[in-house]
Design a protein around this ligand. Structure first.
Ligand code: 1CP
Length: 343
């Protein structure tokens, strides 16, 4: 018989003592793995993402190699945005040929069902759910409305995202309308992933840290709540990750999020003091710690564990995605330390 104990990742999300401290790694399927690079030499990123067998294979690569406690679907936060009528490419970050520049541009946006716009994602989720071992839950995900707003108004990546931040100030009503449209599309997308078998749902808010707390809570947080509320009846854990968002945590206290992701800039003990005990924390090893020697990596991982304290709601992760030139053996070592920190 297989192990009857509940998956540690889901236990930690529910703030119940897990049988071991769970760990997964943002961007765990990616370029630091030779097996990913081999596939990527044959196929473009869009093809990997849009071909269910390939997306399944890439998702499973790190699960085969490492003793990880969760899998994350291989897709991108921009994937469902194409269905709204945006021309999307990756170079390697997202590039949008027809960004939103004026409020009138909102009129051309479409809202279509995920089954129509991203059937390949849903098929990959169904297959993964059947293929993953029982102790490795599948995380579905989407981009948070403001982060997607940044890309669709800027038209690509940026350090400061001044075009979207300017749009937010110049056209607050149109900005809120666009955030709501994006929230509705992401909500439908996450619900479809859940229906296809995703066991936890994560919202990546990579750029909300560019905002001050007042702007964030007045204009942006309502669109996150809209998604959270729309998922309540699914009963699966909801993870919100405001990257660079340490200065926003006060505004998140008391929100009904099961898990909040913390980047490496804020020790987990301080995040815990701000957010209170009613939430699990995910994070937050500095991705650069994987470039330390073994002893340095061990120390850095143990420090994160010490900072997490005795609260049962801790999911070990990096504070942001893994870097492409990390040695996979370092990842194996990190996972060992997290599972058995006293060794
Ligand atoms: O060339 C390639 O191989 C493509 C590189 C790549 C990959 C592997 C991109 C382009 N996206 C992805 C996959 C991806 N993106 C996943 C897969 C699941 C995983 O293993 O974690 C996830 C969860 C994302 C999420 C994502 N995409 C975020 C949120 C997390 C974060 O990093 O802050 C963001 C901001 C994006 C946009 C994006 N897509 C790709 C790149 C290079 C970027 C970042 C661009 C930028 O910095 O503005």
């Amino acid at each position: 018989m297989s192990d009857p104990s509940p998956p540690p990742f889901l236990e930690a999300c529910a703030r119940r003592a897990p049988s071991r401290r769970p760990i997964w790694i943002m961007r765990q399927a990616g370029r630091y793995l030779p097996e990913y690079r081999a596939l990527r030499e044959q196929h473009g990123f869009m093809t990997l993402m849009k071909t269910p067998d390939l997306a399944v294979e890439v998702t499973l690569q790190p699960i085969r190699r490492f003793d990880l406690d969760a899998a994350i679907l291989f897709a991108d936060i921009m994937t469902p945005v194409e269905g709204m009528g945006f021309d999307l490419e990756f170079a390697p970050g997202p590039v949008i040929a027809n960004p939103v520049r004026t409020p009138a541009d909102l009129d051309r946006l479409r809202t279509a069902e995920p089954e129509e716009t991203v059937p390949f994602v849903l098929e990959a989720v169904r297959t993964l759910r059947a293929e993953l071992p029982a102790h490795v839950p599948l995380i579905g995900f989407a981009g948070a409305p403001f982060t997607l707003f940044c890309y669709v108004v800027q038209g690509g990546s940026s350090k400061s995202f001044m075009a979207p931040r300017g749009f937010l100030r110049r056209h607050p009503d149109a900005a809120v309308a666009l955030l709501e449209r994006l929230a509705d599309v992401q909500l439908a997308y996450l619900r479809a992933q859940h229906a296809a078998g995703a066991q936890a749902l994560m919202l990546f808010d990579s750029w909300s840290g560019l905002l001050g707390p007042e702007t964030f809570s007045e204009l942006v947080l309502p669109s996150v709540r809209r998604i959270r509320q729309g998922l309540a009846d699914t009963g699966v854990p909801f993870i919100y990750f405001p990257f660079g968002g340490s200065t926003l945590l006060e505004t998140l206290r008391g929100e009904p999020f099961d898990v909040v992701g913390i980047d490496w800039r804020l020790p987990l003990s301080r995040a815990r003091a701000i957010l209170g005990d009613d939430v699990a924390l995910q994070g937050n090893l500095d991705p650069a710690a994987l470039f330390a020697d073994r002893a340095g990596l061990t120390r850095a991982a143990r420090r994160v564990i010490d900072e997490a304290g005795t609260h049962p709601g801790h999911i070990f992760n990096l504070g942001h995605g893994i870097e492409p030139d990390v040695d996979p053996d370092q990842v194996a070592h990190l996972i060992d330390v997290v599972h058995d920190p006293s060794d």
